[in-house]
Design a protein around this ligand. Structure first.
Ligand code: FPP
Length: 242
């Protein structure tokens, strides 16, 4: 099937607050949900799963909360290696590695290297990720590398040049983007890559998400007809453009 699913894991704070707990407790439960979802996805024909762990805007949160989420990310990277090896899961990163604390960046680089040869599902952790930031970095990488340069002509930036300089240029665009906790926002997630993605909003808070919720989202996606800006097969003959 080869699906790429992206998830905006929202609602950890609300999950905790509604129980009179610290927000950090919500993130801890969020990590448990993320582990379950990775397991469920690997048995569901999903080839790429991008998880929005921490955005370029999340640095605005308190130092305590930021430190806690970074700690969870490190814990995940270390503790899940055995599972990844057993299931041939390749772990990758999207975002600005240079803006992360050095210990977190090192753990990411290590797991990325250790799982590089695994040919099963790819889990892409978006950490210090912003869609606008990724596009700006892609353009700068292209300019620095002299992309599209023809002797004597100015450098030309086009769609292909940007796509080739994204964080993971070989990963196909997401087919489905899921957001939990009932918010209808993209929040700077995969801006370039999601041009033709289908969206699925779930009212459930992220810590309450299970494999059954993911199965329902994928099922709903599979019933939709994607036209990529063209016309559907029934109306094509009738000359109706949509
Ligand atoms: C959004 O909830 C969640 C985050 C900003 C952090 C996501 C982190 C995890 C799920 C844990 C780490 C996971 C991995 C795979 C390393 P929110 O705090 O914005 O919730 P709220 O909108 O209810 O306040």
């Amino acid at each position: 099937m080869g699906l790429h699913v992206g998830i905006i894991m929202d609602g950890n704070g609300r999950w905790a607050q509604s129980r009179g707990l610290m927000r950090t407790q919500g993130h801890l439960e969020g990590l448990k949900a993320a582990k379950q979802i990775v397991k469920a996805a690997s048995g569901m024909g999903i080839d790429f799963l991008t998880l929005y762990v921490f955005s370029t805007e999340n640095w605005k949160r308190t130092a305590e909360e930021v430190g806690f989420i970074m700690g969870l990310a490190r814990q995940y990277l270390k503790a899940e290696f055995a599972f990844c090896r057993e299931n041939h899961i390749r772990v990758r990163h999207a975002g600005d590695l240079s803006g992360l604390p050095p210990d977190v960046a090192k753990d990411i680089a290590d797991v990325r290297g250790d799982t590089e040869a695994f040919a099963g599902m790819q889990v892409i952790l978006a950490l210090n990720y912003g869609g606008r930031d990724e596009i700006v970095r892609a353009v700068n990488k292209a300019l620095a590398g002299g992309a599209g340069a023809v002797a004597g002509a100015p450098l030309e930036i086009n769609e292909q040049v940007i796509a080739e300089h994204l964080d993971n240029p070989d990963v196909p665009d997401p087919d489905l983007i899921i957001r939990t906790a009932g918010e209808y926002r993209i929040s700077n997630f995969l801006l370039w890559e999601s041009a033709y993605a289908e969206y699925y909003i779930s009212d459930k808070l992220w810590p309450d998400w299970t494999g059954a919720d993911l199965a329902e989202a994928v099922d709903s996606f599979q019933k939709r007809e994607r036209r990529f800006g063209g016309v559907n097969s029934a109306s094509r003959g009738a000359g109706v453009s949509l």
